[in-house]
Design a protein around this ligand. Sequence first.
Ligand code: C2O
Ligand code: CU
Length: 437
Amino acid sequence: LPPEPVTTGGGPGPSLRASVPVTELRGAGAPAPGGTLRQHVLTARTATVRLPSGRVVDAWTFDGELPGPAITATQGDLVEVRLRNADIAEGVTLHWHGYDVPCGEDGVPGVTQDVVAPGADFVYRFRADQVGTYWYHTHHASHEGVRRGLYGPLVVTPRDAAAEQLNLTLPVHTFDGTVVIADQDGRTEHTAPAGRPVRLRLINTDSDPHRFALAGTPFRVAAVDGRDLNQPGEVTGVALRLAAGGRYDLVFTMPDTPVVLVLDNDRDGGLWLRPPGSPPDRSIADPADWPELDLLRYGTPAAVPFDPDDADRHFTMVLDRGVAMVDGSPAYAQTVNGHAHPSIPDQLVAEGDVVRFTVVNRSLETHPWHLHGHPVLILSKDGVPATGSPLWMDSFDVRPGEVWEVVFQATNPGIWMNHCHNLPHMHQGMMLRLRYD
Ligand code: C2O
Ligand code: CU
């Protein structure tokens, strides 16, 4: 039997402060009133898998599937996932990317739990209070484990979700140089009657950004990193850049002509939606030259739950590449403020603090920045303020030379990883810890 979860419902009290080990900051023991218990078992194992292209790859999988089984819930449900490790010799954990679980459920080996070795298991429980598109992946040796397939979608829908909507969850992943975008059945063609509402949930599970373009229909970006935008307007003829680890929900009404989701300007490798009976129209517009939609100026401003200009803490992170001490000797590393993990000083915060980050990329590579346990509100890029909908992200691309200002409120006690989601970069040192004091 798994250990009884410690119920933290009712909000953190003084007893949750530094004296409580993070391993005891566990999720709720029961669903919200009206919610149900959603139990899953995910078995991590090696498998030989056939990709939609017909290609066969040696993968590390959950339940032998690529991507792993979708974990779905309705808001308020209790999600309980038993992770078993069959034969992944390196060990495995589950991290709920973008989902603000209590720290003890966060899946960081050596911090929130021990790594799950072959033959062992670990039970995760959390209440699905946040709706939206997320994903899960191993957080152990993740530069290798995620690339080989240890990931899957996590989608939480509102209780009143419209049932007649066509909902496609589309993780993008590169296997040995071949980019795959497909739903759970591996299909890249779908039919939908004209007039049907469609939601595409895009998830970038790679370590590099992808470019998407939706041709054949106007659409809205309804959500970024799982969080709804405020009054997003209809757009057309624009492309979208999605950071490693990030998600976009695109919504539109199916027209009576085909629609294609083009990935990385490859029209032939796109995902097609057609009204029944209509032939695939390959003459659809070529979006290769479309400009990128600027999400910092998209949607409508709205109030946020704290004053972003009144920060209690301010941390600057300068991202670069160079020589740093790694395991006691100098090595080439991906660095934050000149240091590499585990020698980067922890960021200390107190519960309730408004915390500001300035992220400066002084290197020649893109760094998709990811904080665990909290979404951050984007304030500005290169000194130009964000003027659209409040933009909450958990994975944002800091390109070479860019400076981003972001802010969040420290409302989820624990020890949280703060890192580059280019997983080889993270492995090479670009990771630090944010810790509640
Ligand atoms: Cu998606 Cu620390 O990871
Ligand atoms: Cu990086």
